[in-house]
Structure formats: C-alpha cells, structure tokens
Design a protein around this ligand. Structure first.
Ligand SMILES: Nc1nc2c(ncn2[C@@H]2O[C@@H]3COP(=O)(O)O[C@H]4[C@@H](O)[C@H](n5cnc6c(=O)[nH]c(N)nc65)O[C@@H]4COP(=O)(O)O[C@H]3[C@H]2O)c(=O)[nH]1
Length: 894
C-alpha cells in the first residue's frame, strides 16, 4: 500500500516536473492563440460579407436611381416624339422638336419615327432607310396600346451597324389608330457608364436586364456586353448569398432593382473574390501571425522543456548515483568520509568539514555518525594534525592527486589494527576511504614468513639465509669486516628418523635447532637448509678462526647432549664446515660451496667435529669427480676382463680375509673385500670410493660383480676339495634396498653353483634401521633361501634390542673401533662384552673384526667370543693365498 502511494506520489511529482508541466500549460496559450485567430478571422469574414452585401445594395440603389433618371429621359423623348408626330405629322415632328430644342443629343441618342408599316421615315441624326416592321416591339405597338415603352434587345441593323437598344412607344393618329412608332436608339454602353473601377472592381458587374431575362447592357470591368440570359429570380434584392453570375460565371454578391415604368431591372454584382480580398489577406496575416506565435511558443517551450528534461535527467541520474553510492557505501566494508575544505579569509584551507560518512566509519572512529556530520575533523580528531593526515589531505586538495597510505592505528577503537586510507580529491574537498587491512597484513606477514622460514623449526630457510648472507657480505665488504658461515650436518639423524619414525626425527630437529639457537647471539642467524642440514651465519666476527672456535664447540656439545623423544633418549652428533669471509671466498656462492666442502671433510674425518675450510678441500671435491669417472671406467674394464685372476691396473678385484674360529683356530670362512688399483693413483682404499659408488648408484652394479666373483671363487675352493668355507660379501644400503636383490642373489648362486649356505651377507646396522620392516622381510626371504646374514659394525648404530630380536640373522660383528683399544679401554671392553652376551642370548654367533694383537684375541676368547678376523691372523689376501692357507690347514688336520 505504502509502495503504491509512494509510486503515485513519484508519478505525480514527475508530472510536475517542468519538462512535462510546461508543455501541458503551454497548450493553453496555444489554444487561446488559435481560438482568437479563428475568432478574428470569422469576425473579419462576417464583416467583409456584410460590407459586400451593403456595397451591392448601396450600389444597386445608386445605379437604379441613375437608370431611372436616364430611362425617364429617354421615355420623355419618346413621349415628346409621339406628341410631335401627332401634332405635326411624321415629317415635321423632328424639325418642330429641333426648333424647340427638345431633341436629345444626336451623339448619344438617335431619335426616329417609323410609319405604320415599320419604315423609318425620319430620324435625328438621319439614318439609312430602315424597316422595323419585323421587330417584335413593332408588332407589340401595332397590336395595342402599352403603358410603358418597349425596349428591344441590342441589335445592329441597316441604319446602324453597332448594336444598340431601341426604346419605342406607339404613335396613334388622330383617330387613335396605330400610326407608327417613336424610337430612341441608344448604345448599350450608355447604361453602364456608371461603372467605376474603384467601386465595382475589375470583376464587378453592372447592367440592365430585360423582363425577358436577357441582358440589354452588361459591363464587367471595361467590357460591355449584351444578349446574355440572366436568371433574375436567383438575384434577390439583398445580395445575401454570392453565386456564379453571367456573363462569366464569377461568384458575385448580386443585387437587383426592378425599374418602375420600364420592362427592365438594374443589376449590380460585386465579385466575391474582390470583396473578400482584404478579408482573405487579413486572414492570411492572422494565420501567419498565429503560426508564428505558436511556433515561437512551441520553440520556447520546447527549448525550456528540453533543457528542463536534461536537467531533470541529470538530477535523476545524480539522485540515482547518490542512492547507489549511499547504498554501496553503507554496505561497504570501508569507512568513508566526504570532506569539504574549510578556508580562511585568504582562501587557505584550514580544516575539513565532514559532510557525509557511513556506518562503517562509526566502527573505525568509535564516533556516532550523527556526531560526525557537520563537524570539523580538527575538532573531532585533534591528533590528525600531528600524525600526518592533515598534511596529506591538504596536499591532495592542493595538488589534486589521490594518495594512498597504510598505517597502524595508535588510538582506540582500532588500536593496533592495520588501516589503509585512500584520499581522492573532489570538487571543494576530498573523499577519504579507510579500510581495515589487518587480515591482509597478517596473511602477507604469514606468507612472507612461510616463504622465508622453515615450517618445522620456524628457522630461516634457504632463501632467507641466502638473503641474509648476501646482506652480511655486502655489509662486511662495505665496512671491511669479517663474517663466518658454518654448515652443520647431523650425524646419525637418519637412523633416528628411519628407526623411530618421522615425528621423532622432527622432534629431534626442533630440539637441536633450539639448542643451537640458544648458543648464538641475537644478530647471528641459524637456518635450516633442509633435512638434517643447518646453517649458522655469524655476521660480525674477527678475522681469526680461533675466535669463533668456542661458539662452534658450544654448539657441537649442545647437539651431542641426549634428546628425550617419548620414552627414548637419542643422541646425535654434528659435523660442521666453517668458512670465513673474505678469507675463504668473497661472494656468498663461494662461501656456501666451501662451507659444504668443509662440512664433508668433517664427516670424512669421523663426524662430531668442525672443520675450517682449506683449499685442499675443494681439491677433494674435484677428486670425487675424478674418482667417480675412474670408477666407471674401472667397472667397465673389469666387466670386460672378468675371470682374470690378477686384475691389471684400472680394474676392480677382490681380496679375501680369513675368518677364524676362536676356539679351534680354524679358517671357517672368508670376507670378500673389494680393491681398486687406480692407473695413476695406485690402490684406492674402499672407504674412499664405496661411499661415492653408493651416492652415484654405481654400487648396485659393482656389488653384483663382487657377489658373483666371490661366489665363483668359493665354488672353486669347494671344487678343489678344500675345507668347506662360508664367503661373506658386504651389501651396501643402496644394494640392499634394490628391488631385485633376492633374485639377483638366487641367480648368482645358481649360475656359480654355490650352495646358499656357503654365502653370508654382511649388512650394516644403520642399513637395517632405514626401513626396518622391509629389511626384515628381505632378510627372511634370504634366510628362507638358505643364505645367512650378519650385522656388520654392531654397536655403532642405534639398533634397539627389540628390533635386533626380529632380525633373522646368524652373526653379530663387533666393530673394529671397539676392538682397537680393547686391551686398555674399559668402555670398549664393556661394549664388546655386551655385544657378546647379547648375541649369545639371541642365539647368534659373535665375531670380532680388526683383531690385531694377541691381547685382543685373549680377551675375546676368554669372554667367549666365537670368531675373529684381523691382521693378527691375516690381512685381506688374494684368493690363491686363501687356497694355500686352506691347503696348509688341511695338512695340519691330517
Ligand atoms: N685396522 C684394521 N683393519 C682391519 C683389520 N683386519 C681387517 N681390517 C680391515 O677392516 C675392514 C673390514 O671390512 P668392513 O668392516 O666390512 O669395512 C669395509 C666395508 O664396509 C667396505 N667394503 C669393502 N669391500 C666391500 C664390498 O665389496 N662391498 C661393499 N659394499 N663394501 C665393501 O669397505 C670397508 C673397508 O674395507 P677395507 O679397507 O678392505 O677394510 C677392511 C679390512 O681390510 C685389522 O686387524 N685392523
């Protein structure tokens, strides 16, 4: 209902708008103009008609009077002629009248006398002989007396060729008998000479019409005619209606007067076109004036309406825009303020007045909208003169350029929130929009943090470290200072990660990160490159490596402290490679490369230490490349020359180290150990190239070659009838994890014909811990095949006892690092004893490697270690030497 009312009101309001109302109102004067015009025209026409009628009447009256006078004079002449004839006879009548001066002027009138036979007997002026006996009027006169004279039609005759009218009267003799006719001949033009152009116009008609309806004289303009038939009955006395009239059919206001005493009527006709000409001219003028007035009115109204329509349209558009803007700004998440500049007497802007705002602005300012409108910003927010906002507004208003600023609010209710204001100049002021961008800022901050930090530890990541290093190098360059960069790699982390799971690994990394961080100063950077690799940047150090040794040692020790993860305490160490700027490189890339090299050197040197970079380290990187290339070549040529007992330089070959039963002293097996004689560098020890082969993946192919060669050799020994031997082959992690390991071993055994029980695979403790479940499955398959397994280097890793229980192994090997100081180190003794008793408790045989001295052997034997291998008995030797040993042993037994 309300809506309907509102829309009606709106429609009504629209009607009242000038561009609609004005044309409507303009119709009134327009109609008035035309009513008045037609009224004037009608009045004019009536007046013109009335004037025409009056004219016609007046003129016919005048004409009538003239004609009566002329005709009476003619009739008088006739009567005089008649009397004279009766008195003097036809011959003397004219002379008598001439004498008396009673004859009419002969120029205009011809007075004549005809005898009873119709012959013209006398005339003035004298005429040629004329006979009128056949004229109608003659017979009329002959046949009887008439009261009025007869008037002939205009005729031309023998006496006078030009047509003329005969006015006649009967002449009687003394006895009253017909004696002839008195005649006056008159030119018809005589009766129309009263025609005046000024009165009758060019088309006016004036004339005498006989009672027979035939015109005796008729003049239109200058032309005089006669003889036409004129319908007198249509011409009334009052010339009421104009109608077509003789002789030309022109429409005339005509009026007729019957002439008393004559068989004639006087007729006046005034041409309607001439009588109404003035009226018509005036009518044209009125219409032109009305048209001009209307056109002017329409033009003015049209212009005003168009202008008003444009104005209304613009206003409507503005209103709609304002409504849309108001709705949009109300719904907007941005606060907005429409500010009008307030100026002083000199025209300088001194403050800004709030003209419009929205509800969001209430939330941002904490001030009600009603309290803001109409107030000066300076009164409402006094601090705006000190926080730069006023200057900004001023510059926008003065320069006419929009500005955008982000700031953190320092006052409530938005205190602490990030806001963005945009000031846009408008006519007479500015519009300020304020947006809360806190969420965006936080998200940006978070993205920035994520982009530059490691998610797990929250430490700077590679890109941020690189940034800081770049910055630190630049600073050091500029200020002539030094900086140190250390690459830290955790030793044994993989074991924890693989053995205890990734979350344990993650915990360990976080804890180690925290500890290292605790050892550093605030402007040092600790970052994580990924995996178990960390980086430490000490941006401001003295150029002396010794000066940073304490902090490095502190870090090393902090890392080494056991870490409690769940119910288990784990321990890792770290290897650090350290470089100094500018000593070890003058750009970030070189520094990082060299720190990496130094870190690898620390690893090579047995881990749990830090190494300062030296030039030689890079050489070892080159050496690695050289070794890799050499290994590839060596492997190819070894393959090609397979079967040659003593391999030439550049080939791989195997040496065998006997394994001896500690109780009996008999050789019961051998360990196959690979050897590589480099063509230029001579013998390359396995620790130098096995890791590289592992890294490059070459170990899989090399390992298979070792396996097949060792099996073939064992088969040769068996075939030679020597004591049964078990050949042990080292299997590296990469090899062990290789998909087809079990098949490859089966094929090698089948190809060489070696019984599976004669083969033992040595795997390292750390290898098994990488993926315990898969490792156990593999071992079970191998055991099912008949191949035995032993754990190499036992005691160096983190094998849990429960894990060890589930491994299907037959032998535990005590690492030579524990055997080395067995005679003196109580710790090593304890470890050896623990391994022996653990092995025995799990029904495993225990073998000690690296036995070099009798003391070591005694200790091991005394503590029930089962087997041993080491230089004490024999270093690794070629196969032939083993053959000899076995033969000697056989001989001893025999
Ligand atoms: N100090 C000392 N050392 C002794 C003594 N007796 C034997 N050794 C050395 O101890 C290492 C025993 O091998 P490992 O622990 O399996 O350690 C091996 C093994 O892990 C790896 N390796 C050797 N050959 C192969 C192979 O064919 N395949 C794989 N995957 N690894 C191999 O290289 C390591 C080193 O091999 P080698 O240099 O041949 O070094 C051998 C051997 O020469 C001793 O009384 N005192």
């Amino acid at each position: 209902m309300m809506d309907a009312n509102r829309s009606t009101a709106r429609r009504f309001g629209r009607v009242l708008e000038t561009h609609i109302a004005l044309p409507l109102f303009a119709l009134l004067p327009l109609i008035a103009i035309w009513i008045a015009t037609f009224h004037f025209i009608a009045a004019e026409r009536d007046a013109a008609i009335a004037a025409a009628r009056d004219n016609a009447r007046e003129q016919v009256d005048t004409y009538e009077a003239q004609m009566v006078r002329s005709l009476t004079a003619i009739d008088q002449t006739l009567k005089v002629l008649k009397y004279a004839v009766e008195q003097h006879g036809a011959d003397g009548a004219l002379d008598a009248l001439r004498r008396q001066g009673l004859l009419p002027p002969s120029l205009v009138f011809v007075a004549g006398i005809a005898d009873r036979d119709g012959r013209m007997v006398a005339s003035n002026p004298p005429l040629k002989p004329l006979d009128i006996s056949r004229e109608r009027y003659f017979s009329v006169h002959r046949d009887g007396e008439t009261t009025m004279p007869a008037v002939s039609r205009a005729v031309g005759d023998a006496a006078k060729l030009e047509p003329h009218l005969h006015f006649t009267r009967r002449i009687n003799d003394a006895a009253g008998r017909f004696a002839g006719v008195a005649l006056v001949a008159v030119d018809p033009a005589y009766f129309t000479s009263a025609y005046e152009h000024s009165r009758e116009g060019e088309l006016g008609m004036i004339g005498l019409i006989g009672d027979d309806g035939v015109a005796r004289a008729l003049r239109v303009g200058d032309r005089v005619s006669w003889g036409q038939q004129v319908a007198l009955d249509r011409i009334g006395d009052d010339a009421i209606d104009p109608h077509p009239t003789a002789p030309d059919g022109v429409v005339r206001y005509a009026s007729v007067r019957r002439l008393h005493g004559f068989p004639l009527s006087a007729v006046i006709g005034l041409a309607e076109s001439e009588q109404m000409a003035q009226y018509k001219r005036n009518r044209g003028k009125y219409i032109v004036a009305a048209l001009t007035g209307s056109a002017l009115l329409i033009a003015v109204v049209g212009l005003i309406s168009a202008w008003s329509w444009q104005l209304a349209k613009a206003r409507r558009r503005e209103r709609r825009a304002q409504a849309t803007y108001a709705a949009a700004s109300e719904a907007s998440l941005d606060a907005f303020f429409v500010l009008r500049s307030v100026t002083d007497a000199d025209g300088h802007v001194t403050d800004f007045l709030i003209e419009e705002t929205n509800s969001r602005a209430e939330q941002v300012t904490g001030i009600r909208k009603a309290d803001m409108l109409g107030r000066l910003v300076g009164d409402m927010l006094p601090f705006y003169r000190v926080n730069g906002m006023y200057e900004e507004l001023l510059s926008v208003v003065v320069d006419g350029k929009a500005v955008e600023t982000e700031w953190q609010a320092a006052t409530s209710p938005a205190v602490g929130r990030w806001l963005q204001r945009q000031i846009v100049p408008v006519d007479g002021g500015a519009v300020v929009t304020v947006r809360d961008i806190t969420e965006r800022k936080l998200a940006e901050e978070r993205i920035r943090h994520l982009a530059h930090h490691d998610e797990l530890t929250g430490l700077p990541n590679r890109s941020l470290i690189r940034d800081r290093l770049d910055q630190a190098v630049l600073n050091a360059q500029r200020n002539g200072k030094h900086l140190a960069l250390a690459f830290v790699d955790l030793d044994g982390f993989k074991l924890v990660n693989d053995g205890l799971g990734h979350s344990a690994g993650d915990e360990l990394l976080k804890e180690v990160g925290r500890r290292m961080q605790a050892c550093l100063r605030r402007n040092d950077t600790l970052g994580r490159l990924g995996g178990d690799e960390f980086v430490i940047l000490l941006p401001d150090v003295s150029g002396e490596p010794l000066a940073i040794t304490p902090v490095l040692e502190k870090i090393r020790q902090a890392v080494t402290e056991p870490v409690q993860i769940g119910d288990q305490a784990v321990q890792v160490t770290c290897s650090m490679g350290v470089v100094m700027y500018p000593r070890d490189g003058d750009d970030p890339k070189t520094l990082m490369m060299n720190a990496d090299a130094a870190m690898y050197r620390a690893k090579d040197l047995g881990s749990d230490n830090f190494q300062f970079y030296t030039r030689e380290m890079n050489a070892s990187v080159e050496e690695k490349l050289m070794l890799l290339e050499g290994m590839r070549k060596a492997f190819d040529s070894t393959q090609a020359a397979s079967g040659i007992a003593h391999a030439p330089a550049g080939h791989f070959f195997l040496m065998y180290q006997p394994k001896v039963d500690l109780r009996t002293g008999r050789i019961f097996g051998v360990e196959a150990l690979i050897r590589w004689r480099h063509p230029e560098h001579g013998m390359v020890p396995p620790p130098r190239f096995i890791g590289l082969a592992e890294e490059s993946g070459l170990i899989v192919a090399i390992g298979e070659w070792v396996l097949r060669t060792a099996c073939r050799q064992a088969r040769l020994w068996a075939d030679a009838g020597l004591d049964p031997l078990t050949v042990s082959v080292n299997v590296s992690a990469r090899q062990f994890e290789e998909k087809h390991l079990v098949e490859r071993i089966a094929v090698a055994l089948r190809d060489t014909g070696l019984p599976p029980c004669a083969l033992e695979l040595e795997v390292t403790e750390s290898l098994l811990m990488r993926d315990m479940q898969q490792a156990v499955e593999r071992m079970r398959e191998l055991k099912a095949m008949g191949v035995s397994l032993s754990i190499d280097d036992f005691g160096t890793g983190y094998s849990s006892l429960s894990a060890l229980k589930s491994f299907p192994i037959s032998t535990l090997k005590i690492d030579k690092s524990f055997v080395r100081d067995l005679a003196h180190s109580l710790d090593d003794q304890a470890i050896a004893l623990a391994v022996i008793s653990l092995g025995h408790r799990l029904n495993l045989r225990v073998i000690a490697e690296g036995v070099e001295t009798g003391e070591q052997r005694e200790f091991l034997a005394a503590n029930e270690c089962d087997e041993m291998q080491g230089y004490l008995f024999s270093p690794p030797v070629p196969a032939e030497r083993i053959t000899e040993m076995l033969q000697a042993q056989a001989r001893r037994v025999a």
